[in-house]
Design a binder for this molecule. Structure first.
Ligand SMILES: Cc1cc2nc3c(=O)[nH]c(=O)nc-3n(C[C@H](O)[C@H](O)[C@H](O)COP(=O)(O)OP(=O)(O)OC[C@H]3O[C@@H](n4cnc5c(N)ncnc54)[C@H](O)[C@@H]3O)c2cc1C
Length: 417
């Protein structure tokens, strides 16, 4: 019948993943790996063709580190991510993760906040000690000796971790989708999911979830929603209210300043990744990377802003010259004396942020077969491969390598713990 879509047995899947960015690609890969053994049918659907630059997983590099000042529950996730990315590199021949060493810097006497956590450097040191992660604590003189690229004030404390590195987000996503497809998963690109229906039944009942796109209707026993910045819109008002208007989307900008005049100083090996809190304000902060591309030496830097919300539709993707100039003058000049004000690239991206800056991974209140995964708040990439594994294990009833209970939806009164 014209205009109608029908769910036939061939449209039924054991699991459907909606959104194939950092988290969804990882979940699909892990589900497909397990699919062969269980004859599991798995489908991943994305509105674009991942990896793409429309969401939160583009721009050449993401920081990864093992001691996690955001909280202990994240450490097993990132530890698994590192193992999984190395396995994927061996399997696909892609370069996904580069170890560079990295430095977290803050005023020694401040209690500077990062990702909603006060005293972030000391929290990171404590995390490293609890988990036995190799690290060194440096004073300003020690930092200057090892890393003369930084112009310090003299009152800094530095946490240095040799396992810091950067992940290439586009490569990580492409590798996981490539192996997922090769392992039997179906991937539908350019097909926005427009509605979910059903899914109540506790996982054993007779109500599979209906997943409607513009061109088809599928059914699935389990659905993962990993829609990133589209999540608030996707959940709709009712779920957002039930979840206390949990998610806000913020525009963030990444800048690449030309480093060709001092290229040797800014290559991986000489230059660490850095997270630098130089004042007490939430935005007195930047982070950056050594050159990821030898043909185009650059210092990649970015900040975080939490004052103006946006949405995927409203996001201003262009970065104008006034923004570049302001970034250079307020943060780079004076802190990296060998870097001039010429930007060779600048790109906007989105953070999807919860109020306490922690992830939310939970089933929807009225649909226990639908798992929402929001690896967000600006620190999700490093955990995404480990998260994908834990999500697949949870969906298939296996015992998890990482415990996701800390990320269950939290009532408002428990925020900011
Ligand atoms: C500038 C910037 C810097 C960052 N730096 C770091 C860092 O250094 N370290 C770190 O660990 N993390 C970092 N992050 C955070 C990290 O990148 C994100 O947490 C992570 O990429 C989010 O992945 P995601 O899968 O949730 O979202 P995305 O990767 O955006 O994926 C969501 C996907 O869902 C799809 N989708 C949406 N709606 C639908 C629909 N209705 N139907 C079908 N498909 C749909 C989209 O097309 C998209 O592909 C940074 C983020 C930004 C923006």
């Amino acid at each position: 019948m014209a205009g109608m879509t029908v769910s036939t047995p061939s449209n039924h899947y054991d699991a459907i993943v909606v959104g194939l960015g950092a988290v969804g690609a990882a979940a699909l890969y892990q589900l497909a790996q397990r699919g062969g053994k269980r004859s599991t049918r798995v489908l991943g659907i994305d509105r674009f063709a991942p990896p793409h630059d429309r969401g939160s997983s583009h721009g050449e590099s993401r920081i990864t580190r093992l001691a996690i000042g955001e909280g202990d529950a994240y450490v097993p996730l990132v530890q698994r991510s590192h193992v999984i990315w190395r396995e994927l590199e061996a399997r696909t021949g892609r370069s996904i993760m580069t170890r560079t060493g990295g430095l977290i810097l803050a005023p020694r006497d401040g209690a500077t906040d990062h990702h909603g956590k006060p005293d972030f450097v000391r929290r990171t040191i404590a995390s490293a000690e609890r988990f036995g992660i190799e690290h060194q604590v440096l004073d300003a003189a020690g930092i200057r000796t090892r890393f003369p690229q930084f112009h310090l004030q003299g009152n800094e404390i530095g946490y240095f971790e040799p396992e810091f590195g950067f992940v290439r987000p586009e490569q990580a996503i492409a590798a996981q989708l490539e192996v997922a497809r090769a392992s039997g998963a179906e991937v539908h690109e350019g097909e926005p999911v427009i509605a979910l229906e059903g899914g109540r039944g506790g996982g054993t009942g007779d109500q599979p979830v209906k997943v409607r796109t513009a061109t088809a209707t599928y059914t699935a026993d389990r659905v993962v929603i990993a829609a990133g910045a589209w999540l608030p819109e996707f959940l709709g008002q009712a779920a957002r209210d039930a979840w206390h208007r949990e998610f806000e989307v913020y525009r963030q900008v990444m800048y690449w300043f030309d480093a060709s005049e001092a290229a040797g100083d800014f290559t991986a090996g000489r230059m660490p990744i850095f997270i630098w809190m130089y004042g007490d304000g939430q935005e007195d902060y930047m982070y950056g990377f050594p050159s990821a591309n030898a043909a185009r030496p650059a210092l990649k830097v970015a900040t975080e802003q939490y004052t103006r919300t946006t949405s995927p539709e409203a996001l201003v993707r262009e970065v104008d010259t006034a923004e570049i100039k302001a970034m250079y003058q307020s943060r780079i000049a004076g802190r990296f004396p060998k870097i001039g004000g010429r930007a060779i690239d600048a790109r906007a991206c989105m953070y999807t942020v919860t109020r306490d800056r922690h992830f939310v991974i939970d089933t929807l209140p009225d649909a226990p077969r639908v798992l929402v995964v929001s690896a967000c708040s600006g620190h999700g990439f490093k955990h995404s491969a480990g998260l994908g594994e834990a999500i697949a294990q949870r969906m298939l009833g296996e015992s998890p390598t990482a415990d996701l209970r800390a990320f269950a939806h939290r009532p408002a009164s428990k925020d900011n713990q």
